[in-house]
Design a protein around this ligand. Structure first.
Ligand code: CAA
Length: 258
């Protein structure tokens, strides 16, 4: 598969993807969106890949949707094409785990893309923001909702209303990112974490992801029923038999992914 705006490398069972539009600080134009849709579909379909890291450059993870591409769009253009919402739905439909490794600016759609990841590892240089208000609009790829769920109303409202950026340390304290690391170590740390996830039983990884995400979708009573059912179903997997046998026999498990 060839892509115009992203670089893709497989490192064992981990896919490393780098946004590559440096001239526009990785702004998300239609080509980036198309490349990412194709990439995530290919990742989900590739049985050899079990975790993915998406990163940008030192200066910018992504500085938002491409303003130059949006500037002459009308409401009808946006409504009829549903470009961003369709794209968001497809990226969020990815079943396997993936991590956003963020250095520099993650603004607007860039912040929203990072928040679509299962979690964010941030460089100490990372700056998150939803500055859409300064352009006369509002977040359009889920930012108003995902940011609020991640960091609460007070901070999310302040960020959306003022367009202010939040630095990495504050983002970690607020619960937006899982961990902050030195900028020079960002990709290595994210890859190490991804390798740890890729070494887990793959079906259980998908189930764990599905269940944690359910906490944002379903009422607690229903989510707990789903948790119980998935937990019970996993008892029929070969990997459950292997994982428990390996523990008892004090040996490493060999996963089948079934
Ligand atoms: N879209 C298109 N081009 C962008 C861009 C964007 N979102 N962000 C940066 N660029 C371009 C700049 O136009 C510039 O290109 P030229 O050299 O051709 O002029 C190049 O990238 C470098 O940017 P700057 O010169 O501005 O770099 P800087 O270091 O001075 O500033 C910045 C960096 C603060 C991130 C600034 O570029 C900026 O504010 N960018 C826009 C951020 C923004 O408003 N994002 C939200 C977009 S709207 C959105 O995302 C909607 C949605 O939810 C779907």
């Amino acid at each position: 598969m060839s892509y115009e705006t992203i670089l893709v490398e497989q490192r064992g069972a981990v896919t490393l993807v780098t946004l590559n539009r440096p001239q526009a600080l990785n702004a998300l134009n239609s080509q980036v969106l198309a490349d990412l849709i194709a990439l995530f579909a290919a990742y989900d379909a590739d049985e050899s890949q079990h975790c993915l890291v998406l990163t940008g450059s030192e200066k910018a993870f992504a500085a938002g949707a491409d303003i130059k591409e949006m500037a002459d769009k009308s409401a009808a253009d946006m409504y009829l094409r549903e470009l961003y919402s369709e794209w968001t739905t497809r990226i969020c439909a990815t079943r396997k785990p993936w991590i956003a490794a963020v250095a520099g600016f993650a603004l607007g759609g860039g912040c929203e893309l990072a928040m679509m990841a299962d979690f964010i590892i941030a460089a100490d240089t990372a700056k998150f923001g939803q500055p859409e208000i300064t352009l006369g609009v509002a977040p359009g790829m889920g930012g108003s909702q995902r940011l609020t769920r991640a960091i609460g109303k007070a901070k999310a409202m302040e960020m959306c209303l003022t367009g202010r950026m939040m630095g990495a340390q504050e983002a970690e304290q607020a619960g937006l990112v899982a961990r902050v690391v030195a900028a020079a170590d960002l990709v290595d740390e994210a890859l190490k974490t991804a390798q740890k996830i890729a070494a887990m039983p793959p079906m259980a990884a998908i189930a764990n992801k599905e269940l944690v995400n359910l906490a944002f979708e379903a009422p607690l009573s229903q989510a707990l029923v789903s948790e119980r059912r998935l937990f019970q179903i996993l008892f029929s997997s070969e990997d459950k038999a292997e994982g428990m046998a390996a523990f008892i026999e004090k040996r490493p498990a060999i996963w089948k992914g079934r």
